[in-house]
Design a protein around this ligand. Structure first.
Ligand code: IMP
Ligand code: MG
Length: 192
């Protein structure tokens, strides 16, 4: 039996029983894999022959989606990461978004697609887009998010590529957390 992962007195491991009682499944691993494949095909077709695309993954929530999307791409891509301040243990954005760790390689003149697992109000993505466009001067700058709740507070952050449009519910799994839990679920679920 594997030992639970401890942080202080708290157990981070989400057992199958906990997952079943604390969450309602929304998108299965198979549904996600199918949609990720469709997105990768569409993005590959759109950027084919354009001279290279950079995927900028948003840490930490976007990392699982980025890894699956990357492996399904049919064109060569470069990968960078950006890390922004998160919700912490809360379910709602503080509205103040800090760039905690910037990308490592200049993006000037390149086609850039920022990849995250979810866009909610759009404040986080709006801040990332402002930052990259003002500091990097990319040739193009767009967003791909597996999930979107509509980006009502920041319409310019609306993703060009969306896997699933969802309503106003808090979801976990496939990289998305609540206070660092549930990221390891291979499916997406609504927290009860
Ligand atoms: P926004 O700034 O309101 O668009 O929120 C974006 C960020 O908040 C995402 O990158 C996630 O880290 C987090 N987030 C928003 N909604 C959810 C959710 O339903 N579950 C988990 N994290 C979320
Ligand atoms: Mg989070």
């Amino acid at each position: 039996m594997t030992a639970p992962r401890e942080r202080g007195a708290r157990t981070l491991e989400v057992t199958p029983k906990e997952a079943a009682t604390e969450t309602d499944p929304l998108f299965s691993a198979d549904e996600i894999a199918k949609r990720v494949g469709e997105l990768a095909s569409q993005i590959s077709a759109d950027y084919r022959g354009a001279g290279g695309l950079v995927l900028v993954g948003v840490l930490k929530g976007g990392v699982v989606f980025l890894c699956d999307l990357l492996r399904a791409m049919e064109i060569e891509v470069e990968v960078e990461f950006i890390r922004v301040s998160s919700y912490g243990a809360s379910r709602a954005s503080s509205g103040v978004v800090e760039i905690v760790s910037d990308i490592g390689t200049p993006l000037k003149g390149k086609d850039v697609l920022v990849v995250d697992c979810i866009v909610d109000s759009g404040l986080t993505m709006g801040r990332i887009l402002d930052h990259l466009s003002s500091t990097q001067g990319p040739r193009s700058l767009d967003v791909c998010s597996l999930l979107s709740k509509g980006a009502r507070a920041c319409p310019e952050a609306r993703p060009k590529y969306v896997g699933f449009q969802i309503g106003d519910k808090f979801v976990v799994g496939y990289g998305l957390d609540l206070a660092e839990r549930y990221r390891d679920l291979p499916y997406i679920a609504v927290l009860k």
